[in-house]
Design a protein around this ligand. Structure first.
Ligand SMILES: [Zn+2]
Length: 416
């Protein structure tokens, strides 16, 4: 092990013997008491020295026997240490590609904030390279979202859609103006190739549109049709549910951006659960949906450019969190934001007993432990207050609390 204090966390002395790692409440921790010598020793934990060399340095600094090991162990248990040589064979392979790694350095540093084991940040980043994600829909949201996933290191991002690129599909970061008139799926795949930090691996022939491929780690449904965003058709996800493929909804309808739910088949609420819940609440819902679906397609619907790219970004973040083995708040909820106030709020998508997906039979689910990729969330107080804002920082505080409970007592304490 070549210990390295996580570079993403800025360090500062709160007083003469207390060090604070990090600035933001979501990820900051304090360490104390720390004497001056130990404080300066922290500078040696930069990933260039192995434990043997560090022990030698410790002896030179008159540290007591075992002090260096204890320090490294405690920093490691607090999640403050990375290992510049760790992460396993996939991480080693990625280290062999400095050009690719340089593109992803900020993402690697960011993974340091959400992982705890030394070597895990690069291990997770390397794991993204073998992930396969399909994005269905290559409009303003879908194309940008696909590019973001590819740019963040997801190895195989497949995009599906029909028709040709229209002038209003063009967005910065998505379909470029010179693709207008081209086949939409091909143009979107070019966008993906341009965004990826390394050439994609050779792929087998693609299955026809609408057919679920069990090989996908995640399928993102980003329809260009606003009715499909507002009232996702459960039939469109049947094959995904039966194959157990996790899928995420994202899109813009009128002046509202939607991210979620992230559906973990049989475990969290799906499009069918959402539909059943809406029928329970509003008897006119089926009649309205039928009219919306059969209505004449408007040539160009509303889709604010900034809202579309915001949705693409947040949806990609939820997708990545899931792919990285986390349980983002999109599991069991639809995050919505509307122009012009732009308050984000989560509307719960509860498993419904009448939905054949089986999530309701799975029963109440336990709160996930940090790092668990179960996506099981207990529905909390926001269920009863669907119109109130649950700010994003609120949920991260919840994460913090979960993380803190796993931290050792003693001189370690979470900075609040
Ligand atoms: Zn369901």
């Amino acid at each position: 092990m070549h210990p390295m204090v996580k570079p993403a966390l800025r360090r500062g002395w709160r007083d003469l013997n207390t060090v604070q790692f990090g600035m933001t409440p979501a990820h900051a921790l304090t360490l104390g008491p720390v004497d001056t010598a130990t404080g300066s020793f922290l500078d040696l934990l930069d990933g260039t020295r192995g434990l043997g060399l560090l022990r030698e340095e410790g002896r030179r600094m008159d540290f007591s026997e075992g002090h260096v090991d204890r320090l490294v162990r405690r920093l490691s248990r607090a999640g403050l240490l990375d290992d510049s040589r760790g992460g396993g064979p996939d991480a080693d392979a990625l280290r062999e590609k400095p050009g690719v790694l340089d593109r992803l350095r900020p993402d690697l540093a960011s993974l340091g904030l959400t992982t705890s084991e030394p070597g895990e940040p690069l291990g997770r980043l390397a794991a993204r390279r073998s992930m396969r994600v399909q994005v269905r829909g290559a409009g303003r949201v879908g194309a940008a979202l696909a590019a973001l996933l590819a740019g963040a290191g997801v190895g195989d991002v497949d995009v599906r859609d029909v028709g040709r690129v229209e002038p209003w599909d063009v967005v910065p970061g998505g379909l470029p103006v010179d693709s207008v008139g081209d086949r939409r799926d091909e143009a979107a795949r070019r966008v993906v190739r341009r965004a990826t930090p390394e050439p994609p691996p050779r792929r087998p022939a693609r299955p026809p549109l609408g057919e679920a491929d069990p090989g996908f780690s995640l399928v993102v449904l980003a329809p260009r049709d606003d009715v499909a965003v507002h009232a996702p058709d459960p039939a469109a996800a049947e094959a995904l549910l039966s194959s157990g493929t996790a899928h995420l909804y994202a899109g813009v309808v009128e002046g509202t951006g939607v991210v979620g739910p992230l559906v973990l088949p049989g475990r969290t609420g799906c499009a069918g659960c959402l539909q059943q819940d809406r029928i329970d609440r509003d008897p006119a819902w089926p009649r309205l949906v039928t009219q919306w679906r059969s209505g004449r397609q408007r040539r160009v619907g509303a889709c604010d450019l900034t809202l579309a790219t915001t949705v693409a970004g947040l949806a990609a973040a939820h997708a990545l969190a899931f792919l990285d083995g986390r349980s983002p708040t999109g599991a069991g909820a639809r995050w919505e934001v509307s122009l012009p106030a732009l308050h984000w709020h989560a509307r719960p998508v509860r498993p419904h007993a009448a939905c054949p997906c089986g999530a309701a039979e799975a029963g109440p689910v336990a709160e996930p432990r940090e790092g668990e990729n179960k996506g099981k969330r207990k529905h909390t107080s926001e269920d009863r207050r669907p119109h109130e804002t649950m700010a994003v920082h609120g949920s991260s505080k919840q994460w913090r609390r979960q993380a803190d409970t796993e931290r050792p007592a003693g001189t370690w304490r979470a900075h609040v």
